[in-house]
Design a protein around this ligand. Structure first.
Ligand code: NDP
Length: 338
């Protein structure tokens, strides 16, 4: 029998490409956890994913009730069989919003969908997954949460969780308690995603036997994630990533990378943040030089091809153990598990 994998946000971009890559391997059955199952069936058809290889199941991450309903439906669907793997991939990126949007439970949207919805989902599935053979959970991270890289550090605003005081106050607009900034809210949520992986590993790997990891797929500049960005940005950004930083990756390859984290024996280690050679991560520094009065940008260590998976290091923000412990406690409260 095939192994069962839940992929959130499977109806677009990386999640769809990963679903395709998984079913191609022949040993996986994918539960596509999506906010719009009818859309999923449509895109699956277009992508050539056979109806015998997946099921679309409703999951609205902007509602904790929907997360709970999804888990109940999933358990009914698969009956006693444990879930083998979980991929938390869905995300919103809302850099153009002047004011915050809120989830059903009153959380700022990026925080609620990207972090808290997945936080609850993972926690509700642990007991079931620990019964499976070599179960794995991957929460997709991002370089944008890494303040020591071009993608994360140079492009403002930077991620900054502060002392997480925003999670203690009603309203929950920004994690560090500052004024709303949609681009920063996304980056903060990705830092929270990666922190969650480290905490899951520290607290629950030994007890459950589950492999917890995060990964950065490379910049997939074509996905809908950038749908809110202006037209010129959407046109230029892929070109920039491809030729300047060398961090560009096609949707198809990114999907294979995410599938690899679940399927490759090389990726069985828990508590790891996986990246691939040839990524923007390899880019050491962006140097500004002047030539004939013109400003030029030079990228040290750019390019490089390959695609070999390696253990990357988490950023200092993610490695902040005191904040991570606080994040865990506050998130548990916010999703109603404590
Ligand atoms: P897309 O916007 O193409 O995909 C995001 C997915 O999340 C969509 O399927 C979307 O559903 C789903 N989603 C959004 N809101 C909700 C919600 N409230 N409930 C349930 N599902 C929801 O972006 P990408 O494929 O690029 O992003 C996927 C992951 O990759 C994200 O975690 C992102 O942070 C990460 N990433 C992306 C990079 C890139 O370069 N693109 C780089 C680094 C990381 P729907 O199909 O209905 O719109």
């Amino acid at each position: 029998t095939r192994q069962m994998v839940v992929v959130t946000g499977a109806s677009s971009g990386l999640g769809l490409a990963c679903t395709k890559a998984l079913v191609k391997k022949g040993k996986y059955y994918v539960i596509c956890a999506v906010r719009d199952p009818a859309k999923m069936d449509q895109v699956a058809k277009e992508a050539g994913i056979k109806s015998t290889d997946y099921t679309a199941m409703k999951l609205e991450l902007a509602s904790l009730q929907s997360v709970r309903d999804f888990v109940r439906n999933l358990k009914a669907f698969k009956s006693a069989r444990p879930l083998n793997h979980l991929i938390c991939n869905a995300a919103v990126y809302l850099p153009a919003d002047p004011t915050p949007r809120f989830t059903d439970d009153g959380f700022e949207m990026s925080l609620g969908v990207n972090h808290l919805g997945h936080f609850l989902l993972v926690n509700l599935l642990l007991d079931d997954m620990k019964k499976a053979k070599n179960p794995r959970v991957c929460i997709v991270g991002s370089i944008t949460g890494n303040t020591n890289t071009i993608g994360g550090g140079l492009v403002y605003p930077r991620a900054d969780l502060g002392d997480l005081s925003g999670l203690e106050k009603p309203g929950y607009t920004m994690v560090n308690g500052a004024k709303f900034d949609g681009a920063k809210a996304y980056k903060d949520s990705k830092v929270l995603n990666m922190m969650t992986v480290r905490e899951l590993h520290k607290r629950l790997h030994k007890e459950t036997g589950i492999t917890f990891s995060s990964m950065y797929p490379g910049c997939i500049a074509e996905t809908n994630l950038f749908r809110e960005k202006r037209e010129w940005f959407r046109k230029l950004f892929p070109v920039f990533m491809k030729y300047v930083t060398g961090g560009y990756v096609s949707e198809e390859e990114a999907g294979e990378r995410l599938a690899q984290v679940i399927s490759d024996p090389q990726c069985s280690k828990s508590g790891v943040y996986w990246s691939w050679n040839g990524n923007a991560q390899q880019v050491g520094a962006l140097k500004q030089t002047k030539k004939n009065g013109k400003v030029l940008w030079e990228v040290a260590g750019a390019g490089g091809s390959g695609g070999e998976v390696f253990e990357n290091s988490f950023s200092d923000d993610v490695m902040d153990d005191a904040n991570a412990a606080k994040m865990w406690d506050l998130s548990m409260k916010l999703v109603g598990l404590e």
